[in-house]
Design a protein around this ligand. Structure first.
Ligand SMILES: *[C@@H]1O[C@H](CO)[C@@H](O)[C@H](O)[C@H]1NC(C)=O
Ligand SMILES: *[C@@H]1O[C@H](CO)[C@@H](O)[C@H](O)[C@H]1NC(C)=O
Ligand SMILES: *[C@@H]1O[C@H](CO)[C@@H](O)[C@H](O)[C@H]1NC(C)=O
Length: 922
């Protein structure tokens, strides 16, 4: 335990140092303040958005719960049915916010709003690389104030003028194009028969239907409120700031919340809002961005995924909302430039401006595995819809690279380290080659001129061959016929596949920066109708590794049979050097749903059971806090025996205080020191007395001596100036009562103890501060001696109190809740897979808790601390609140054939894509 803590401390320090260095290097570029403006005001075109068709009541009147089958997904029909009766639950403020200018059924897209189209405000927007990246993949709660713009309707906004310096994206010729003949095509053919995922739901009773529908209505009311707030204060911007009612633009300012929420609006039957939002979608100009670099992962999952899912749920081509597909293509065209590298691995922070985009580049030596692997579904779905293989080719090459790497082997076979080098260049080999080259040149110099050229030539040939021998990067060779212009400009490189990137120990987990790559393997298999076996193989090896290395059962007070997925650190020999961090993070909560779904489609019942236990873990984490909401990240203790695990308070207390066995000794030493000091003081006084006595005896009469001694005895306790050591001690301890010099000794001792403690365990955290932070009381009784080191029990009590630790948690790394969806996502999967209403009830408790603490007038806000009922709202509403969290809650209380998992597969941003039912391929 102690070693683990120390290890974490070093790791933490190293991370900080690396981060700071990185920041210094990147500083100029990334914190650039951009003031962009949007002169773009489009009049909605009628042709692109056909009038709505309302099939209405003549459809099957009430098909609810008459045994839903996998083939019976009636989403579009249900939506259209619902639109008629939809007004009832509409929130009043929503109605006022939205019906500006146009009324009721008159409000059609062929009636453009009377108000001039709102124009995006420039605000002052800061490019924050990490903020935007981590928003999905890692905790992120503190947003710099300067990011906040003014509300669209805020008073006194100056009219926006065209920015003459704004540079639009332009298509530039590719430096490393893929030959037409080498484009990897979508696997074609008839989709395989895949086992059903959803439970065969029976007809529900009218009571349970009433409960379900009442809950669903409350979820929808939250959506209506949040949407109205966004519409009113942040329309056209990325995010609403729900407390201050302003906006922020961390995702290029392309209206992230709006695009991300389109399918939610449709699924919830908010068709008017959907169509109104489409007018805004038309105005988005993806060729103009407020960031120099496009965060490719976030842009893909939120924008591209959002557009494609909105297209799919609104019946695709038949729905007639072609603008969605047009915009998806427009965006994808820009994103495709990111793949223009020698090994076709993407540049994940893509500088889209022509002068940069046209330059040949390699992909980074240091990317997060999640960002690399989570583009697959969106580009695949786009390829299916457009029947253009190039989009599939882009992501298939990444999959092939992962597949090759998994086969070649990672430190923990089956899974990948968090940081990946995707540059395709083997530095080690290149260095060896260059060393050999210069050695050879030196040698040839010695042997005089002749073979000089030949040596150089043969080495270049070697480079060439190595490049070719890598199956994984077949394109990494010079060939004038391919038109790969960039090759001759970039430095030479010995090619390689994916490898570990970054420094220090490798990290393996299912959490942030890794999560969705794993999530996408089984989902991608579904999206491809089971026709690409690589995804199944990838998943099966992942799940074996997760079961072997990461899953653990937490020791919790009610002994419930739950699981979590840990993080493992290794320097390459996990069998001997693996360190496990028993973490509990909100982002990892998606994994229950993944195990459940994959267990169904690959027919591994044990994995479905694991999925339930993993989901139960996150439910426990929600139930354990005073707010009923799980913290962003925390730590618990693993059961020593997962089969037979009981809450053991002794073990828990040891977990809270890993240094417990040194505490008694510290106290002992403290008292010894105190006793020694007291004895020393006594001796000192004795000597003083002796000295005085001697002096008076030798110099004065007996009379004087007697008087002096009496005086001295009286004076001594307070007149410490008589003693030099006392004076010194007093300076060191200005707070002590001067009349009682004894107080000084312990203070000195405490300092030593602190130093000893530091030496024995450099871990940061609460126990470091114990001796330093003891309140300075006056009482000198043993129990309350403020300087006495804490006992094991006292230390624990203090930690629990100071850190507000809920029972079962041994630490809370981040106590925030930022409206994340992963826990309810898994609960929803469990409900759809098992049909057990228990999951609906668990989800309802989560919903009530979240609404209670996050609701603001204009929407819902992230909160700083789930461990106290006085949590503070942080003024952030990420687009995943309306895109994911509310969607999963809504679907939990929908009829089970709405977005049936047997007909749809959801991307990591909860965007449903239609699963193929008939032959496909191009
Ligand atoms: C519904 O399913 C139940 C159980 O699977 C079956 O007994 C019943 O006949 C089914 N009803 C209909 C209408 O298909
Ligand atoms: C890189 O080159 C070194 C030295 O030639 C070799 O040992 C290593 O396996 C290579 N790495 C990869 C990932 O190909
Ligand atoms: C709790 O754990 C401690 C230490 O592992 C052990 O000695 C003790 O017997 C356990 N108590 C119970 C009730 O199992």
């Amino acid at each position: 335990m102690v070693r683990l803590r120390r290890y974490r401390y070093y790791l933490f320090l190293a991370t900080v140092v690396v981060f700071l260095l990185y920041r210094v290097v990147q500083n100029n570029e990334q914190w650039e303040t951009v003031s962009a403006s949007f002169p773009y005001a489009v009049t909605p075109s009628k042709s692109k958005l056909p009038p709505t068709t309302k099939l209405g009541a003549n459809n099957q009147p009430d098909a609810s719960f008459e045994n839903f089958s996998a083939q019976d997904d009636d989403l579009p029909r249900r939506i259209l049915e619902n639109t008629g009766k939809e007004e009832i639950s509409k929130a009043p403020d929503l109605a006022t916010a939205q019906k500006s200018g146009v009324d009721g059924d008159e409000r059609r897209l062929d009636n453009p709003p009377k108000d001039p189209a709102p124009i995006k405000q420039p605000g002052f927007l800061t490019y924050d690389h990490d903020e935007a990246t981590k928003a999905k993949t890692a905790p992120n709660v503190n947003v710099p104030e300067m990011k906040i713009g003014h509300g669209v309707k805020g008073a006194g906004n100056p009219p926006v003028k065209a920015d003459p310096t704004a540079v639009h994206w332009e298509k530039t010729p590719e430096n490393f194009p893929v030959l037409e003949s080498e484009i990897i095509p979508l696997p074609g053919g008839k989709p395989r028969k895949i086992p059903t995922i959803q439970y065969a739901f029976e007809k529900e009773s009218s009571e349970s239907r009433d409960i379900r529908e009442a809950r669903q209505a409350q979820v929808k009311a939250e959506m209506e409120r949040s949407w109205a707030g966004y519409w009113k204060y942040a329309k056209g911007h990325d995010e609403l700031s729900p407390v201050t009612r302003k906006f922020r633009d961390p995702f290029c300012g392309w209206a992230a919340t709006l695009v991300d929420s389109l399918d939610t609006l449709w699924i919830m039957g908010m068709e008017d809002e959907f169509e109104e939002a489409l007018q805004e979608v038309e105005k988005i100009d993806f060729t103009l961005g407020q960031r120099r670099e496009i965060p490719v992962f976030e842009t893909t999952i939120r924008y591209l995924g959002g557009l494609l899912a909105a297209y799919d749920v609104s019946s695709g081509k038949n729905g007639g909302y072609n603008i969605l597909l047009e915009k998806a293509r427009e965006l994808a065209e820009i994103l495709m430039g990111a793949f223009d590298t020698p090994n076709r691995m993407p540049i994940l922070y893509y500088n889209w401006r022509p002068q940069s985009a046209s330059q040949p580049k390699r992909a980074s030596t240091h990317v997060s595995v999640a960002e690399l692997g989570s583009l697959a579904m969106e580009f695949t779905r786009l390829a299916q819809i457009t029947r253009e293989n190039k989009y599939y080719d882009a992501v298939a090459r990444i999959t092939d690279a992962f597949y090759e790497w998994q086969e070649r082997g990672t430190s923990i076979p089956g899974i990948f380290p968090e940081h990946v080098d995707v540059s395709g260049c083997n530095r080690t080999a290149q260095n060896e080659l260059e060393a050999a080259q210069s050695a050879a040149e030196l040698e040839s110099h010695d042997k005089t001129q002749k073979p000089n050229d030949q040596v150089g030539e043969s080495n270049r040939v070697k480079t060439h061959e190595l490049g070719r021998s890598e199956e994984n990067t077949p394109l990494n060779k010079k060939d004038s016929k391919t038109g790969r212009l960039g090759e001759s400009i970039l430095p030479e490189c010995v090619s390689q596949g994916l490898t570990t990137g970054g420094w220090g120990a490798e990290q393996y987990s299912m959490g942030g920066s890794q999560d969705s790559t794993y999530e996408y393997f089984p989902k991608q298999w579904l999206l491809l109708g089971g026709l690409e076996p690589k995804y199944k193989e990838l998943h099966l090896k992942v799940s074996e590794a997760v079961k072997k290395w990461l899953l653990y059962r937490p020791m919790v007070p009610d002994d419930r049979d739950a699981l979590f997925s840990a993080k493992v650190f290794t320097r390459g020999e996990p069998e001997t050097d693996a360190k496990t961090e028993y973490e509990v993070t909100h982002l990892t909560c998606f994994i229950g749903g993944m195990f459940g779904m994959a267990g169904k489609i690959f027919e591994i019942p044990g994995d479905v059971e694991i999925g339930k236990k993993l989901t139960e873990g996150c439910v426990w984490a929600y139930e354990s806090t005073p707010t009923g909401i799980m913290p962003e990240s925390a730590g618990v203790l693993p059961c020593l025996d997962a089969q037979d695990c009981h809450w053991n308070i002794t073990q828990y207390e040891v977990g809270l205080d890993p240094l417990f066995d040194s505490r008694e000794k510290q106290i002992e030493q403290y008292y010894e020191g105190k006793a020694r000091a007291k004895a020393a003081k006594e001796r000192e006084r004795e000597r003083e007395r002796e000295a005085k006595k001697l002096t008076s005896d030798s110099t004065s009469s007996t009379h004087q001596a007697g008087k002096s001694k009496a005086l001295l005895d009286e004076e001594l306790p307070g007149t410490s100036h008589l003693n030099h050591e006392d004076v010194g001690l007093q300076r060191r301890a200005p707070f002590t009562d001067v009349r009682d010099p004894e107080h000084n000794e312990p203070e000195r001792h405490a300092v030593i103890t602190q130093r000893e403690l530091d030496d024995s365990d450099p871990a940061p955290g609460p126990h470091k501060a114990i001796t330093g932070q003891i309140p300075l009381g006056e009482d000198d009784t043993d129990e309350k001696d403020p300087l006495r080191p804490l006992s094991h029990k006292e230390f624990i009590a203090k930690r629990i109190k100071d850190e507000k630790l809920p029972t079962g948690f041994v630490d809370v790394g981040s106590s925030a809740y930022i409206l994340r969806p992963e826990a309810i996502e898994s609960v929803w999967y469990m409900y759809r897979i098992t049909g057990d209403k228990m999951w609906q009830d668990k989800g309802w408790n989560m919903f009530k808790a979240i609404v209670r603490y996050t609701t603001t007038e204009a929407g819902n806000s992230a909160i700083d601390n789930v461990l106290t009922k006085d949590a503070v709202q942080l003024d952030e509403m990420e687009s995943f609140w309306t895109a994911e969290t509310l969607k999963y809650f809504y679907l939990l209380y929908s009829e089970p054939n709405v977005i049936s998992l047997d007909n749809w597969v959801l991307n990591t941003e909860a965007h449903p894509f239609k699963r193929p039912k008939t032959s496909f391929g191009v």
